[in-house]
Design a protein around this ligand. Structure first.
Ligand code: DI6
Ligand code: FE
Length: 420
């Protein structure tokens, strides 16, 4: 018997590894071994070093099913109280997102509902959303604060985010978004609020280990470039990486600002300029596109995809799951929308929810199927990668593994029609 048997070996898989430059990093008739939470071996089945049964304790044949890295949702506001379904109706009747925000609705109405919710209530409500993402193949999730806008509620949100990760056994990265909206009690004291965020809230939450990165909403209805710079400078002092909601509704040159700070990502980007793109390319800042918000707001201005490609800026795709502009609970649907609405290729969209999403979170241990990476992977009821963008809805994820553990399973089901 082989003394160092692997924990698990999956055989006869169609592996979309996203390693290297080949389309999808595809390996047909592949095998992948999981051991102690890591990927121990990946390659063609016929290159396995020995007979499968001697190599692993558990051996499973997948009969050609597609396996991808666990999906990574690198931009969500998943923890919040209440919902904003009534604003959806208002927008359908012609009100704009900005008008609703300026009239006291929008983010501030979610702030009120979040402040009113206990930690348990926030956890229960958010758990349903996180479960939905997981069931659709998400194994790492970024969650922002920003509906508290006071120290206690921001802390509660971030604690709930961490708790969700422990409860579901998935990866959670937290971003502090103190500069999301001006809280009503600071209506005439913008500067004081920015000072509170920089001098009290951020250092306190960072000390408590609740902050992996710092974000801001740099926008006409959010915060200016100078205000954003202040919080970035404080993040830098604390050794925290930054990212930014930039150029969603207008061009404030936020992308160049976040790039100046070596930021992980600039997100939204419908109004991104050539200058912003060049700055991002030079800094290696990832472009995170959020087609759910584009769709829900019925936007018409597309992000500059061709120029991003031309300048070789890495593109990631995320749900932006939030109660106002993107109540979206499927990352696969976000990838599908990235194809249909933004004209990404299925391969670009899928790199955007795996390898490039990992980069947008500063994570190098996941996002591809390569030896040594965390064993985060999904076995799909599909055979080709493009199906993940092609099927709209429908619960395609069969088995979801995080660090080698099975965290979500759907009963072995019939394959989608084309694959039967
Ligand atoms: N941009 C967004 O897409 C979300 N926040 C932000 O800064 C929307 C948040 C909301 O409307 O509740
Ligand atoms: Fe957002």
């Amino acid at each position: 018997m082989n003394a160092s048997r692997w924990d698990r070996l999956l055989l006869n898989a169609t592996l979309a590894t996203f390693a290297g430059d080949a389309p999808y990093g595809l390996i047909e008739r592949g095998a992948i071994a999981l051991h102690h939470g890591r990927i121990a071996w990946v390659g063609r089945m016929d290159a396995l070093p020995d007979a499968p049964d001697t190599l692993a304790f558990a051996v499973e044949s997948l009969d050609g099913a597609l396996v991808t890295p666990g999906l990574i949702d690198c931009h969500t506001h998943l923890v919040f109280g209440g919902d904003r379904a009534h604003e959806f109706a208002l927008r359908l009747n012609g009100a704009s997102y900005e008008e609703i925000a300026r009239a006291g609705g929008g983010i501030v109405s979610s702030v009120n509902a979040t402040r009113a919710a206990s930690e348990e209530q926030l956890f229960e409500q958010s758990l349903l959303r996180a479960r939905a993402l997981l069931a659709d193949g998400v194994t790492t999730l970024e969650i922002k604060s920003g509906y508290g806008l006071d120290l206690d509620t921001e802390r509660r949100m971030l604690r709930v985010a961490r708790h969700l990760g422990r409860e579901l056994g998935i990866g959670v990265r937290t971003s502090f978004l103190g500069l999301h909206a001006l809280p009503p009690e600071y209506a005439d004291r913008r500067d004081d609020y920015v000072t509170l965020v920089c001098d009290d809230m951020l250092p306190a939450l960072a000390t408590e280990g609740l902050v992996d990165a710092v974000d801001a909403f740099c926008e006409g209805i959010g915060f200016s470039r100078d205000e954003t710079r202040r919080v970035f400078e404080r993040a830098q002092q604390l050794g925290l990486p930054v990212k930014l909601h930039a150029e969603q509704l207008s061009d404030l040159d936020g992308a160049a600002l976040v790039a100046e700070f070596g930021g992980l990502s600039a997100d939204h980007l419908e109004h991104l300029s050539e200058t912003g793109i060049r700055a991002m390319a030079a800094a290696g800042t990832v472009a995170v596109l959020l087609p759910g918000a584009f769709y829900a707001l019925r936007e018409t201005k597309l992000p500059p995809i061709a120029a991003l490609r031309e300048h070789r800026v890495a593109i990631a795709i995320a749900t932006d799951c939030n109660p106002g502009t993107s109540p979206l609970l499927s990352l696969r649907l976000a990838a599908s929308m990235a194809c249909t609405l933004f004209r990404l290729t299925p391969e670009e969209a899928l790199r955007g929810v795996t390898v490039n999403a990992a980069r947008a979170l500063g994570l190098s241990d996941r996002g591809t199927l390569m030896q040594g990476q965390r064993a985060d992977l999904v076995v799909w009821n599909a055979r080709q990668p493009a199906e993940l963008c092609y099927w709209i809805g429908g619960g395609l994820a069969r088995n979801v593994y995080v660090a080698g553990e099975l965290v979500s399973r759907r009963k072995p089901s019939r394959r989608p029609p084309s694959a039967s």
